[in-house]
Design a protein around this ligand. Structure first.
Ligand SMILES: Cc1cc2nc3c(=O)[nH]c(=O)nc-3n(C[C@H](O)[C@H](O)[C@H](O)COP(=O)(O)OP(=O)(O)OC[C@H]3O[C@@H](n4cnc5c(N)ncnc54)[C@H](O)[C@@H]3O)c2cc1C
Length: 289
């Protein structure tokens, strides 16, 4: 029979993780489904399990002295969606995950730990240059989320580590325009088929000072390419229409969808084209929907 541990403190959890290799289980909405055996039958896990969702050290949302936002890994999607402290993209993505009952259980740490290219929170967190804090009995390390998830279901998590926090840095200037679109089979309660998160900052002269875009479910990992984004930085917003064709051709090279590649390529580029075209038409900042 597989052991189940329910530590009361993070310190205890890290010792259990080190000594037994127990797998963290937070909301269980991925793990319980992946290892299900049938209705009413307890899932059969191949390793010991450690329930981390009740650890106080992993729950909550707060601002740090440098203005960054710190979200505990066991914070649920419902809590994130309801917090005014959380950046807009992450709140939007949280509020569209599954149904309310799922959002009350599903955690940000579990969404990252699951490392699915369809995961809604990593796509927005990578857009915002978020990092994960990983703890073990040896200490802590902080890794950029875009590096931490290096492939479909692949992360840099070591066998003795737990994700404790997610840190979202404050952008140098507030975004002028921001956009998030999730395409699913239905408008609600659907796994993402494709998503695009984007943001742009424009100065008073119309010069683009920041531009970012991240694509979910368009490849084995969330697609974001800072070198390509930089090709728009320093350009005037009025020049967007003339820059778009070559920009979209280059964007096509950074996405590598496996299933339904034509649909995913075309839809991703259309979303990006829509966002950037709308930006070029608008005089003042607002959410583009
Ligand atoms: C019906 C249904 C609908 C869904 N809809 C969506 C959706 O719309 N969007 C979406 O993105 N996802 C969706 N999911 C997937 C799932 O709900 C999310 O990925 C969720 O965020 C997982 O969180 P959890 O706390 O339940 O993770 P768990 O199942 O507890 O864990 C998932 C993985 O993360 C690891 N893990 C958990 N916590 C930690 C930690 N602190 N440190 C290290 N590793 C950890 C676990 O070991 C496991 O590998 C859906 C799932 C179902 C069943």
């Amino acid at each position: 029979m597989v052991s189940t541990y329910i530590p009361k403190t993070l310190e205890e959890a890290l010792i259990i993780r080190k000594e037994t290799g127990a797998r963290p289980l937070s909301g269980g909405t991925d793990l319980m489904v992946q290892y299900r055996r049938g209705i009413g039958v307890t899932p059969k896990f191949p390793w010991p399990i450690m329930i981390v969702s009740n650890l106080k050290e992993l729950i909550g949302i707060n601002e740090t002295p440098d203005g960054s936002l710190c979200i505990g890994s066991a914070t649920t999607s419902s809590e994130i969606a309801a917090s005014p402290l959380v950046p807009w993209h992450v709140r939007e993505a949280s509020s569209r995950m599954g149904a309310i009952s799922l959002r009350n259980l599903a955690t940000i740490g579990g969404n990252i730990g699951n490392a699915s290219p369809k995961g809604d929170l990593p796509a927005t967190l990578i857009l915002l240059d978020a990092s994960v804090v990983l703890a073990s009995v040896e200490g802590e390390r902080t890794v950029l989320l875009d590096d931490f998830i290096y492939g479909a279901k692949k992360t840099l998590l070591q066998d003795d580590e737990i994700i404790t926090k997610i840190i979202i840095p404050k952008p140098a200037r507030p975004f002028t325009y921001r956009w998030y679109r999730k395409i699913g089979t239905r408008r609600a309660n659907a796994i993402t088929k494709l998503s695009l998160s984007a943001a742009i900052t424009i100065d008073e002269k119309g010069v683009i000072t920041d531009f970012r875009a991240s694509s979910g479910a368009a490849g084995p990992k969330i697609a974001r390419n800072k070198a390509l984004e930089a090709t728009l930085i320093g350009k005037n917003v009025e020049d967007i229409p003339s820059l778009l064709p070559s920009f979209l051709a280059d964007y096509d090279k950074i996405i590598s969808p496996h299933a339904m590649p034509e649909y995913r390529r075309t839809s991703t580029k259309r979303m990006l084209e829509y966002f950037l075209t709308e930006v070029s038409k608008r005089p003042s900042g607002e959410i583009i929907e």
